[in-house]
Design a protein around this ligand. Structure first.
Ligand code: VG1
Ligand code: CO
Length: 540
């Protein structure tokens, strides 16, 4: 073991989901080392414990893992469990932490951000409950990065990560395992695979792995376990640059899947996940399920699935996510919570047994089976529900709206804008929030306008500045916040929502239904004129 002198880097503050930067930033000497040593300095339980390490296979994944293993060994970690070829999806890491009673896990991913030498890289620490470290821990890690002057590392040479089995690095045991097996076993425990197999017999599905980590997982589940033909999984081989695309399952970047599902001979079911396998989208022939609606459908029908047949105690959603799931919770007579954006805020509620299902508008949903969002889990939930209801995706969502009404919902992103201009939008709106209440814009009167603070009901911690929200008497609203996952400039997200009761017009075009709210949002917040853009760069 050697100790290497180092000096701090600016800006190693974890964002919504870990530290994300351009690959070239991570390639600076000592940049990764400083951050990783800061994790070990902030989480003493790792000494003598088990650590899970893996990533989504993006460029630099292999180099980073070798560095992390050497630092882990030098810091006294007893055992690391690594995915073959360095691959683990984010939900698989969460499961393995819990299964092996590990002290934590390190996930190497920048999720939906592009990969490759010019792309992004990321690193995230998850604690012993399997979930992303809470703010108290990420703040401690950041604080440590600001003063670090030394890291510990062993000099051993690289480990061959392609061979399953056990080896040693210094005093530390390194177990290289099949990344899929334990995940598949967990899915078998939750779902009725026989019912799903019957449902899909003779039908076509299309799962788009987007050249990212879910390829091997989806192939094992859909082709090997459920017996579907090979073509059911497209873009199924993980690539370091994700085939040059953004592994983000939305209508823009999952275009191949959307074109297939909106074609004449569309398959019965379509789905995709993101770079690290924690997001999902679900489609039927000529229909795309809004992620916020998806969470509501999963909550309303959870008892159809063996893993939740006794019901769920409560649900949670991130603040910008549409309130569709709240209505379901009220109907079921269970608790519902509103948390800030990012999965780390669900952990306490899940650990305390207050909720068993949660999700975000950004195509993330999951349950108490792990402490991360889980793309393939959400997709299997849908399939299990379709099997038990003997319905198509389109029928399930139509029935849902007829029962609960529909929350028209869309997110307008302004990506890569100048940071100062994005800050000006946020500041301008926050300064006038109070004066908005009671004012009428077009036909809409503002009923509430605030800067969202979260009071964690389990540990009492408070998180401020979690997004600006403006609500109207009609039940419509808009929310604006700054992204915490980007690596270039700033990204402003505008979230639009309009509720249509069950006896209203449930078949409108989404953007048309939301246009009045979008116009009011512009009148109040002046995003376009401030950041000098005519249109959002991405509408999902
Ligand atoms: C985005 C999403 C958020 C999600 C986060 C991490 O964060 O909005 O809902 O939890 O990405 O997801 P932001 O701060 O850019 O809005 V993932 O799949 O990148 O781990
Ligand atoms: Co992700």
């Amino acid at each position: 073991m050697i100790e290497v002198n180092t000096t701090p880097f600016d800006g190693q503050k974890p964002g919504t989901s870990g530290l994300r930067k351009k690959v070239s930033v991570f390639q600076q000497p000592n940049y990764l080392e400083n951050f990783v040593q800061s994790i070990f300095d902030s989480v003493p339980e790792l000494r003598g414990g088990t650590l899970i390490v893996g990533g989504d296979g993006r460029f630099y994944n292999d180099v980073a893992i070798q560095i992390i293993l050497r630092i882990a060994s030098a810091n006294g970690v007893a055992q690391t469990i690594v995915g073959q070829n360095g691959l683990f999806s984010t939900p698989a890491v969460s499961n393995l932490i819990r299964l092996n009673e590990a002290a934590g896990g390190i996930v190497l991913s920048a999720s939906h951000n592009p990969g490759g030498p010019e792309g992004d890289f990321g690193i995230k620490f998850n604690g012993d409950n399997g979930g992303p470290a809470p703010e108290s821990v990420t703040d401690a890690i950041f604080e440590r990065t600001r003063h670090i002057d030394q890291y510990k590392i062993v000099k051993e040479s690289d480990i061959n990560l392609s061979d399953i089995g056990e080896t040693h690095l210094g005093e530390m045991t390194v177990k290289i395992i099949d990344p899929v097996a334990d995940y598949l076993t967990m899915m078998e425990d939750i779902f009725d695979f026989d019912a799903i197999k019957n449902l899909l017999g003779g039908k076509q599905i299309c799962f788009d792995a987007m050249h990212a980590v879910t390829g091997p997982y989806a192939t094992a589940i859909f082709c090997e376990r459920l017996g579907l033909p090979e073509g059911s999984v497209i873009n199924g081989t993980p690539q370091p640059d994700f085939g040059g695309g953004h592994p983000d399952p939305n209508p823009v970047y999952a275009k191949e899947l959307f074109d297939t599902m909106f074609s004449e001979n569309a398959p019965f079911f379509g789905a995709a996940s993101d770079g690290d396998g924690d997001r999902n989208i679900v489609l039927g022939p000529n229909i795309y399920i809004s992620p916020s609606d998806s969470i509501a459908v999963l909550a309303a029908n959870a008892t159809d699935v063996p893993g939740y047949e006794n019901g769920i105690p409560g649900v949670a959603r991130s603040m910008p996510t549409s309130r569709a799931v709240d209505i379901v919770a009220k109907d079921l007579g269970i608790e519902h919570f509103e948390t800030p954006t990012g999965w780390k805020f669900f952990g306490n509620l899940l650990d305390a047994g207050r909720i068993a299902l949660c999700g975000e508008e950004s195509a993330g949903a999951s349950s108490d089976h792990i402490r991360e969002k889980d793309g393939l889990w959400a997709i299997l939930m849908w399939l299990n529900i379709l099997a038990s209801r003997h319905q198509s995706v389109g029928d399930v969502i139509s029935d849902h709206w007829l029962t609960y009404g529909r929350h028209y919902y869309s997110r307008h992103d302004y990506e890569g804008v100048e940071k100062a201009k994005a800050d000006a939008v946020m500041l301008g709106l926050s300064e006038k929030l109070e004066s908005l209440v009671g004012k009428t814009f077009k036909e809409e009167t503002v009923s509430k306008a605030d800067n969202f603070s979260y009071h964690d009901p389990v540990d009492g911690s408070v998180s401020h500045n979690q997004g600006l929200r403006v609500e109207f008497e009609s039940g419509s609203r808009f929310v604006i916040r700054l992204s915490g996952t980007g690596t270039v400039g700033a990204t402003l997200r505008l979230y639009l929502e309009k509720y249509e009761p069950k006896d209203g017009d449930l078949k409108q075009d989404v953007q048309t239904a939301l246009r009045p709210i979008a116009e009011i949002a512009e009148e109040i917040a002046k995003i376009k004129s401030t950041v000098n853009r005519d249109e959002p760069s991405l509408i999902s």
